[in-house]
Design a protein around this ligand. Structure first.
Ligand SMILES: Nc1ncnc2c1ncn2[C@@H]1O[C@H](COP(=O)(O)OP(=O)(O)OP(=O)(O)O)[C@@H](O)[C@H]1O
Ligand SMILES: [Mg+2]
Length: 248
């Protein structure tokens, strides 16, 4: 089986405290690959190690057979590893479509070019429309970004990352703070964009996790407790004891 990520003995310590402890796993290519676990289990730290935001204390990270352990975040982004950032990346005074177009242009030629050849301009327009449709914000394309609801701003944030059409996308709690309707729409968005890429997800909403995950990896105190399909995880006695007791 091909994998997007493989870690070997991956460990992260913060002044003596071990947040990620000797994790050796493979994340298969494609689908929604979810990480769950109690607060403080090391999920966000693990994402930070994969994206290069944090250097590991020990261990190695492979991206499709390539050792990326020492690569900077921008170098990993160039390889196709994208993560969503905070709403601060959005230009509030610009429309939704203008925000997406800027992100598309940023990856299409490195910087905004006001004398784009027509063909390139058409390509930018088509890519912008594709992203607007993917994130479900086509109807709101002319709305100023600052006037969007919290949930729509978070979907726009995902859209800015999708502008580069990344094969691997890391989403850390994309549903946090969303209303039920916004949650529903964002889950649909994740499902819409997942067939062609690998989505790595950290999420606490266990109903959503069970519904959309291809596989689930359970973290506990910095280590992997279990890994498997939603059905396997639901049936796993160790997981039930440690984390999913209420689902038993
Ligand atoms: N920069 C840091 N310095 C010191 N300790 C840190 C740092 N980042 C994380 N930690 C600690 O590492 C542990 C794991 O944190 P992490 O954010 O990875 O957990 P998490 O699984 O994402 O939790 P949550 O579900 O609450 O988001 C926590 O105990 C946290 O306090
Ligand atoms: Mg976290």
């Amino acid at each position: 089986m091909t994998y997007v990520f493989k870690t070997e003995g991956l460990t992260k310590r913060f002044s003596g405290f071990t947040a990620v402890n000797d994790v050796s796993i493979e994340i298969p290519e494609g689908g929604v690959r979810t990480i769950i676990g109690p607060n403080g289990a090391g999920k966000t730290t693990f994402f930070n190690l994969l994206s290069g935001a944090l250097p590991p204390s020990e261990g190695r990270i492979f991206f499709r057979d390539r050792d990326v352990t020492t690569l900077e975040p921008y170098q990993r982004a160039r390889l196709g590893i994208a993560r969503s950032f905070q709403i601060t990346n959005i230009f509030g005074r610009l429309s939704v479509a203008e925000n997406v177009r800027l992100a598309v242009q940023a990856v299409s030629d490195g910087k905004a070019n006001f004398f784009l050849p027509l063909k390139n301009a058409r390509a930018v327009g088509a890519a912008t429309d594709r992203v607007l449709n993917d994130i479900g914000l086509w109807p709101a394309r002319n709305t100023r970004a600052e006037n969007l609801s919290h949930g729509d701003q978070r979907r726009l944030e995902i859209g800015l990352v999708l502008a580069s059409d990344p094969p691997v996308l890391l989403l850390d709690e994309p549903l946090a703070g969303m209303s039920p309707t916004e949650t529903h729409e964002t889950v649909a968005l994740i499902q819409r964009i997942s067939p062609d890429r690998t989505i790595m997800l950290v999420e606490h909403d266990i109903d959503v996790v069970m519904a959309i995950s291809t596989t689930i990896t359970v973290f506990q105190t910095g280590a992997v407790l279990a890994s498997g399909t939603p059905e396997e995880i639901r049936a796993d006695e160790r997981v039930q004891r440690a984390y999913l007791g209420e689902l038993a």
